[in-house]
Design a binder for this molecule. Sequence first.
Ligand SMILES: Cc1cc2nc3c(=O)[nH]c(=O)nc-3n(C[C@H](O)[C@H](O)[C@H](O)COP(=O)(O)OP(=O)(O)OC[C@H]3O[C@@H](n4cnc5c(N)ncnc54)[C@H](O)[C@@H]3O)c2cc1C
Length: 430
Amino acid sequence: MAMETFDVIIAGGGPGGSAAGTFLARSGLKTLLLEKDQHPRFHIGESLLPHGNDLLREMGVWDKIVASGNFLPKPGAEFWVADGSDSTQFEFARQLGPKYASSFQVERAKFDELLFHHAAETGCTVRQHCAVTRIDPQPDHVVVEYSNGKATQRVRAGWLVDASGRDAIAGRLLRVPKLPTQRSVRLATHAHFRGVVRNCAATAGNITIARLREGWFWFIPLQGDMTSVGFVQRAAEFRAAGLSPEASFAGAVARNTYLAERMRFAEREGAFRTEGDYSYCFGSFAPHPRILLAGDAAGFVDPIFSSGVMLALKSGRAAADWIARQPDRGLSPGAQKKYTREIKRMMDLYLRIIDTFYDKAGFELLMNPQPILKIPGAVAAVVGGNTDLAFRHRWRLEAFYFLAWLQRWLPVAPRIPLLAPGPQTQSSPP
Ligand SMILES: Cc1cc2nc3c(=O)[nH]c(=O)nc-3n(C[C@H](O)[C@H](O)[C@H](O)COP(=O)(O)OP(=O)(O)OC[C@H]3O[C@@H](n4cnc5c(N)ncnc54)[C@H](O)[C@@H]3O)c2cc1C
């Protein structure tokens, strides 16, 4: 029997894969989207950024998201010191204007399912329970093998987009080298809770990030009474303490006033989950002229600033754009580099502010961004997911990073005693 043939195969039906599938199908290309799980399925990454709204609108899925009523509007983000001694707030409407006044907190099972079915409704062929297990790149096409656990199937396409998330199937199977990193390996322990104390009224949908000496907590309110709460810490410190993830989580809550306050009536729904192996990046996001990596399959950025879904949507669209521009011809070596640079530039924007967050002095400045020179507006643009910063934002961000560096020696912003002295100082890698 002749092998089934497509213009494009996408591995992975998360936000990145569904975005790529929607845009490719819309440009008339015969596209197959393979998902190893069955939607709805749990996924972490529940807080979206307002600048991701543009992509959801372009995909034509925004109205479905709003109409579903499943997702809680997110008007801002707030950062706390876990002992409750200091806090700062980013209010999207005020700092980003009406177009980006809010985003959503999403239960990913529902959100990803909606995006996946939207790709199908746009004309993309979708198959679930189909895990890509083999990739055979040829000069002018790619053969992909996938399995449903019982049988394997081989399909052929002009292109492969790898959007398989942190499984990074193409990167692993094709042994694409990763860039070296100095960043610490971190571990996240998280669960859903009922009864977590929430903010009132206008800020009820905010994400809260609470920084403690050994890491940070997130509080993401979801539609209804459920709140996602997670604790991120260095894997080495977690192992050295010899505690279970649950005990480590509970200990941090008990030791920090702000966390204890918010969790005082909390009841866990379901088990704790853990995620590790943070911050990797492949050296090329187009490791073959006809294979493009998108979203977490290209690189994973620490989730403090909730940038993952937005970056996955943007890189999914970028991959679709590059393919739609020249569907019959693979990328030249120059174009392979250009695609990589286009995505890496967005990731780097976040990596820099993430490193600032983990740096003691940087965090002190983030908590008190100096009102001079309208610096907070530039920081808010990044926090809101703007990856195409205007010059007026770019130079202000540079001023912010300069002040964060200066803060190490000269207190431009108030010191935060909770963080000093501790393992997470500027002398240790982020
Ligand atoms: C602890 C933690 C907290 C986070 N918090 C946030 C947050 O608040 N906000 C945010 O925006 N991001 C957050 N992220 C990041 C976010 O989860 C990801 O960046 C985002 O899901 C990436 O989307 P994606 O489409 O690239 O990959 P994924 O969403 O991971 O989707 C990949 C899909 O591919 C499928 N797949 C895997 N292997 C195969 C295969 N071999 N064949 C076929 N299918 C396959 C998977 O089943 C999955 O459905 C967080 C991440 C972590 C670890």
